[in-house]
Design a protein around this ligand. Structure first.
Ligand SMILES: Cc1cc2nc3c(=O)[nH]c(=O)nc-3n(C[C@H](O)[C@H](O)[C@H](O)COP(=O)(O)O)c2cc1C
Length: 189
């Protein structure tokens, strides 16, 4: 495995921004929102995830970054499979339930099992079904590389959910404040 790290000289003596400064600054990078889901011993688990990206076309690879303190990611890692679902604009209730450290995320939610052994939720713009391919520890997060097994584009022409500076939506529409269900311990928002 090729892993390139910077030389100690390159970052010596530069402590860099604080976690708060990082969080505020990186919130300027508008993104979509996804839900990463898996099945652990038959139980559906998942969490809201903004740090999703495409990595490689051949082989098809994607990535997301998972906080070491999360409860769901270790369970998904164990199962070896996950589905990334890209949320539509009006799915803020789904985002809130999966972005919260409290409550049972699948309670009252319609879902079914995909052919890949992962739970899938309705009303999303895209589903990317993956096998856990590589996990790189990077600071307080794991960078998870997924090998894409299949892509599922539901027949839905909805607009995407956008997350920007801790709020949903940008532009002329009044942005919707993101629900404050996740605390500072969650890093996100
Ligand atoms: C919009 C949004 C984006 C998020 N993105 C990430 C992310 O990329 N990685 C991550 O580890 N947590 C992210 N979170 C936080 C987790 O969803 C949250 O901590 C959740 O409670 C984790 O679930 P768990 O405690 O069951 O592991 C995000 C939360 C929200 C609301």
């Amino acid at each position: 495995m090729d892993v390139t790290t910077t030389s100690p000289k390159a970052d010596a003596g530069h402590p860099g921004p604080s976690p708060q400064e990082m969080r505020r600054a990186m919130g300027t990078f508008a993104s979509g929102v996804t839900i990463v889901t898996g099945l652990d011993d038959g139980e559906p688990v998942g969490f809201a995830c903004q740090s999703f990206a495409s990595v490689s076309l051949e082989p098809p690879l994607v990535l997301f970054c998972a906080d070491h303190r999360g409860r769901t990611w270790p369970r998904i890692r164990e199962s070896g499979r996950f589905t990334v679902s890209v949320l539509a604009e009006r799915q803020d209730e789904v985002c809130a339930r999966f972005g919260s450290g409290t409550g049972r995320k699948f309670d009252g939610l319609t879902w079914h099992e995909s052919p890949w052994g992962t739970p899938v939720i309705d009303g999303v713009l895209l589903r990317v079904h993956c096998a856990v391919h590589q996990v790189h520890v990077a600071g307080d997060h794991d960078v998870v590389i997924g090998r894409v097994l299949a892509i599922d584009v539901p027949d839905d022409d909805d607009r995407p959910m956008i997350f920007f500076r801790g709020r949903f939506g940008i532009g002329t529409d009044e942005p919707v404040p993101a629900p404050q269900l996740w605390g500072w311990g969650d890093h996100w928002g």
